[in-house]
Each structure stands twice: as C-alpha cells, then as structure tokens.
Ligand binder design. Sequence first.
Ligand code: PNS
Length: 163
Amino acid sequence: MKTAVYPGSFDPVTRGHLDVIKRSSKICDELIVAVIHNPNKKSMFELHERVAMIENSIKDLGNVKVDTFVGLLTDYVTSKNVNVIIKGLRAVTDFEYEFQMALMNKGICSEIETLFMMTSPEYSFLSSSLVKEVAVLGGRVNEFVTDYVYDQIMNKLGKGGEK
Ligand code: PNS
C-alpha cells in the first residue's frame, strides 16, 4: 500500500492511537495522521497542540507525518491523491458508527476505501474522552498516554509538575 490517511481528533493522542499508527506504518509506505480542525467541537487542546503531541510521539517513525484538515475527510484524502483511510476499531460499540462513516465516505467518493485496524487488546477500553474525564477528576492517566502528553494534560489542568 502506498499512502494511507489516519484521521481523527486526537484530543489528545493516546497509546491506543499510537498503537494503530505504529502498526499501520508497517503496512504502508507513508502514513499521514490527519488531525481535524472542527471549529464547532470544543476540544481540550488547540489544533497546534494536538499536532505537537503526535509529532513528539512519532519521532522514531520515518514514514509517518502529521497534517491537519478542515471540512470533509473525503475532500482532504482526495486532495492528497490518496484512496485509503485507516480507522481504529476498539469494540463492537465502535462498529456501528464507523460502519456508517465508512459507507457515507464511500457514498461521497467511491474510490476511497476504509480499512479498519483492530486495537490491541490492552488498549481496547482507551479513548481520549475517558483519559480527559479521568484526568479532570484527578485520576491517574500516565499509563495511557506518553510522558509528553501527560505533561501537557497536567499543564492544561493547572497541575504542571505532578506525576
Ligand atoms: O477521533 P474522532 O473524533 O473519532 O475522528 C472523527 C473524524 C475526524 C474521523 C470524523 O469526524 C470525520 O471524518 N470528520 C470530517 C468531516 C466528514 O468528513 N464528515 C463526514 C464523515 S462520514
């Protein structure tokens, strides 16, 4: 496979996302991690912060780059001359929504294929939303994200320096 796009909000990137990034990077020549800029969705981290956290986490992966997009994913993917979208699947609960999005994207652009990468079992419960919820309520999230991301979360919550 030549180039594939792995899209998401990555607010923030978790070890589950990184697992999908690492494994996907082994089966394609180039992987573009595409971070959505959605002005209508409230995020904990600004776009540039979400990008910086991913870039910090993928330094060792030579064929992975990070980009941003606004609007339709299919427009972005087409603009990059790519026809493969990679999505992570954690559990049955992800399936219905992901299936719907994959079919809608196919309906918008029939050339684009969506491939699903099953999560590694140890990350099957992990989501950015849960990491944020636990962190906001004072729980420990350091094992779910990289040290860099953990520090960014703590800084955001005004708890910089806490381990
Ligand atoms: O990490 P997320 O929040 O699950 O990522 C969702 C994302 C960004 C992949 C999805 O919302 C998306 O593709 N948004 C772009 C807008 C779009 O194309 N909408 C139609 C999708 S069927």
